[in-house]
Design a protein around this ligand. Structure first.
Ligand code: NAP
Length: 394
């Protein structure tokens, strides 16, 4: 049993082929098990009694109250039927895949480079979702479970954003009879889905790790996963609040904000900021784009088109809010696109850039889209040096 991580009770939503195997593995590992089908207890009572005799059967909305962690083992196409309020603050393990034969043709779930667990996380907005157990078939899950030191023990991959939860799920995987292999943030879990190489993987940890590392490299540098989209205040405010929650204002300070300019991050404040962004765009005063990796917002980039107290001209601002995505070329990718947009769409004569640590990189980018260095450094009200003032050739 998983006393170390305080997980003693496993809940399972879905009592079909794989849900029953999860119940069997959990019982064998010494967990208490609570399981539900889509509704009536009587529908699954007999099969659970026969196949996983010590598991307790409940209705879906009762599962959370009897579990420390809940595994999702229902058809992905039905994820919006999950009783999400009961799962608030819960660790949720998403084992679901998009399977068109079951789920029907669903363009919202079928992009091969978007982690469907991120879609599930957006729905279960108050739960902590980790993706695991989705890539191995239920027969293999049943047959390959083995003791920790068994030769050629098979591995299960997991993807998630929170270190504590990743450790907890790794322990569950290990107790279920598999080595755990972490493959990256929830967004990176796309490599485990149908249509991608690791789907169906029945590998040892060594082979799984090596294959994932190769794919991950590709993924991190694959621009096909990156996009710039207009803000969605409701969703993006939550995401921005996540970025700042444990940050002690380091990000905003590094961007050159004075302490008195920094408002405490609350969902309400973030929501107001995003609403302001949207409103300013309708006035042509600001152009804001969220930088997304798959469906996850990882940063924000915006052009202010008006003079400000600090700058007599347009300026571009960028923040990679999700620390895991810093120093991976994402900022450069976004800047290139926004500067090209500025050059093609807006009639600016100057663009100011300032960065505390990467002026050289900013200069290179600006020159790459035909900005020319034109003047002396500026001073902003915080006493920082404004550098790289460029003149655009229109
Ligand atoms: N089969 C595998 O080898 C395998 C392996 C890894 C992952 N997965 C994934 O795991 C999920 C389940 O696959 P499966 O093959 O086990 O499917 P399955 O045999 O069709 O079972 C699905 C189960 O989910 C239940 N369900 C539907 N809506 C529910 C809800 N809102 N709350 C609780 N339970 C609900 C169904 O109940 P009713 O019968 O009452 O509708 C049924 O018990 C899928 O997303 C699949 O992609 C499958």
């Amino acid at each position: 049993m998983d006393r170390q991580n305080n997980i003693q009770r496993i809940g399972i939503l879905g009592a079909g082929k794989v849900g029953i195997v999860f119940a069997q593995l959990a019982l064998k590992a010494g967990y208490e098990v609570a399981i539900a089908g889509s509704g009536d207890i009587s529908k699954i009572a007999l099969s659970v009694k026969v196949l996983a005799p010590n598991a307790k059967v409940y209705r879906p909305e009762e599962i959370a109250a009897h579990s420390d962690a809940v595994i999702l083992a229902l058809p992905l196409g039905k994820y919006t039927t999950i009783p999400k309020h009961t799962l608030a603050n819960k660790l949720v393990i998403d084992a679901m895949n998009y399977w068109w034969e079951t789920d029907g043709k669903r363009s919202d779930l079928s992009a091969s480079d978007v982690s469907t667990s991120e879609i599930v996380q957006s729905f279960l907005v108050n739960s902590r979702v980790v993706k695991a157990f989705n890539h191995m078939g239920y027969h293999a899950l049943h047959d390959e479970s083995a003791e920790p030191n068994a030769k050629q023990r098979k591995a299960i991959a997991l993807a998630g954003d929170n270190e504590h939860d990743i450790n907890k799920v790794s322990n569950i995987i290990n107790n279920f009879g598999f080595d755990a292999v972490y493959v990256g943030p929830l967004a990176a879990g796309a490599i485990l889905q149908p249509g991608n190489v690791l789907f169906g993987a029945n590998f040892t940890a060594q082979k799984l790790r090596a294959t994932a590392a190769q794919l991950h490299e590709l993924l991190i540098f694959s621009t096909s996963l990156l996009s710039l989209t207009k803000p969605n205040p409701q969703l993006d405010a939550l995401q921005a609040h996540e970025w700042f929650k444990c940050d002690n204002n380091t990000t905003l300070t590094l961007m050159g904000n004075a302490p008195h300019e920094i408002k405490p991050s609350t969902i309400e404040n973030e929501l107001n900021t995003f609403k302001e962004f949207v409103q300013l765009e309708s006035l042509g005063a600001q152009y804001t784009r969220l930088i997304r990796y798959g469906s996850r917002a990882i940063g924000v980039i915006w052009i202010e088109t008006y003079d400000t107290a600090e700058l007599n001209g347009p300026s571009i601002h960028i923040m990679i809010g999700d620390k895991k995505f810093r120093n991976k070329g994402v900022g450069q990718w976004a800047l290139e696109r926004m500067l090209t947009f500025a050059k093609n769409s807006l009639h600016y004569t100057t663009m100011h850039s300032r960065h505390l640590s990467s002026n050289a990189a900013a200069a290179q980018l600006l020159q790459g889209v035909d900005f020319k260095k034109s003047g002396k450094p500026y001073l902003d009200t915080n006493g920082l040096t404004w550098q790289n003032v460029h003149k655009i050739n229109l």
